[in-house]
Write a protein that binds this ligand. Structure first.
Ligand SMILES: [Zn+2]
Ligand SMILES: [Zn+2]
Length: 115
């Protein structure tokens, strides 16, 4: 497992700034600016550059990679139906995170900065 404190962000490849809060993941952390970009991207579907100048794109198909944070490709509803689960992907760094993990990560970052 990558050292979460010093590893570069999975999506933009940037090293952490002093005092910067990031969300740890199984393959490495995601930074706040990539979470913010991801939350917009999963809604509007627009590919955009990260702060590290990698390209971030949206994937929604079951055939694309699973979220590396929760290992899901789709949502299951209460009745067992499958729903597509939008994910942000950085093809260059091979990183993927889903809309749910982005929401959760955003909450964690918000809490961290409130203390
Ligand atoms: Zn980042
Ligand atoms: Zn996820």
């Amino acid at each position: 497992m990558a050292d979460q404190r010093t590893a570069s962000c999975r999506f933009c490849g940037r090293a952490p700034a002093p005092g910067e809060h990031r969300v740890p993941g199984p393959d490495g952390p995601i930074c706040a600016s990539c979470i913010a970009a991801g939350l917009k991207l999963v809604h509007d579907g627009q590919a955009r550059p990260s702060r590290g100048e990698t390209v971030l794109v949206r994937v929604t198909s079951r055939d694309d990679e699973a979220c590396e944070f929760c290992e899901r490709r789709e949502r299951y509803t209460f009745l067992g139906f499958r729903r597509s689960l939008a994910r942000m992907k950085c093809p260059e760094l091979g990183a993927v995170i889903c809309a749910d993990c982005l929401d959760h990560g955003g909450d964690l970052i918000n809490k961290a900065y409130r203390h």
